[in-house]
Design a protein around this ligand. Sequence first.
Ligand code: BEZ
Ligand code: FE
Length: 294
Amino acid sequence: MAQLEVTDFTQAVIDRMAECQDPRFKQVMTALVKHAHAFAREVDLTPDEWMAAIQFLTAAGQKCDEKRQEFILLSDTLGMSMLVVAMEQERGARALKDKPGEAPTEATVQGPFFWPGAPKLELGADIGEGQGEPAYYFGRVTDTFGKPLANCEVDVWSGDGDGFYDMQKGDQMSLRAQFRTDQDGNYRFWSIKPAFYPVPDDGPVGGMLRRMGRHPNRPGHMHMMLNAAGHERLVTHIFVKDSPYLDSDAVFGVRNSLVIDFPKHAPGKAPDGRNMAKPYYTAKYDFRLVPTAA
Ligand code: BEZ
Ligand code: FE
């Protein structure tokens, strides 16, 4: 019988994985055990504190249902989601180094409000009517060599003018759609100028944020997910340049290259010929996707 002392537990757990057949899983679990044990030692963790952590994670799990994902929120607010996204982007940049072509569009967090199966609509459709200040979104999707990508699936979703997503309000989808780019890689649709909003903070993660002395807000943004055959999927946002919280996004998702002006226009003829009775905004953004072979 071998009694383990404080200094022995980490290696003992790692040694028990001797028979593990999956090298990547073993690598990840070894590092996880090392860092978790080092964390406990660093903060001199007490049993009561560890039990509080377990209760917090239990409450986070109990808060989850089909529409509420407290663990994504936890990952997002601790910067973990964005760290993983940014590392993936760097990995991609290294692979493309010394290859011709432009840098791809930057990615950011997907967040917990993606709802698969949004209505497939014709280019130019209005998905925001009456839900906020109208905004016309348009631009082009190309690959990193500038070749236009026709028939690229463009999924879009956002909160309403008060910052609430359809999922938070009920069972009715709104302010989300799937479009397909035209022959020249162009997309266009009407929605609203998105407002800043708090991430859901009525659960354990909200409690954690308050205890950390943090606000829960995200700057205004439109979510976009692009899928084109033969290209890497892109999950990103367009951020509103004059929005509050660009410097302190609760989920650390802001990338400078994704922040754009939303110029305001007087009532009149919009770029798609539509006659606007009230003021509206425009948001132009071009996307560059990475060919899979690259
Ligand atoms: C969002 O932008 O929808 C979001 C992202 C992370 C956490 C909560 C919401
Ligand atoms: Fe969002």
